[in-house]
Design a protein around this ligand. Sequence first.
Ligand SMILES: [Fe+2]
Length: 176
Amino acid sequence: MLRDPTRDEERGKAPMYETHNDINRNAREKITGILNARLADAIDLFAQAKHAHWNVKGANFIALHKLFDDIAGAVTEYIDDIAERVVQLGGVAEGMIKTVAQRSTLPAFPSGGAWETHVNALAAALAHFGKNVRADIAHTDELGDADTADLMTEVSRGVDKWLWFVEAHVQRESSK
Ligand SMILES: [Fe+2]
């Protein structure tokens, strides 16, 4: 039977490239795996922010329309930094839409609804992404890559800020 390169299992594992970077190959392979997982989440997050930017409606329209686009813009930078770190470590940045659709761990985004629905859904997406990035900081640090841990710390700080900007629209006092 002919190979079908559009199927993930037949496309095979992405290769690793030789590099003068002194982080050992085993660690680089693990780190690029972590980064590619987060790249998929980040590309999904970008699409969700744009979806919210386009479709939000209601009295808060213009503020949320602009905020959601600012978030999409910031996430574009995270995407590029994460992808380029993969390549710096000798890996292949796997940002193809079909791969992203299979790999993203983000919850599905509602296709419609009131502005509160968009706010709550994007807050959930940012929180989910932020949790994964925080775990990546610890894992990449354990693997001896302080630079990737630093990059993920920068992303984490940004995501926490965007989460605040979004959830402040619906935030209530904590009962605990
Ligand atoms: Fe726009």
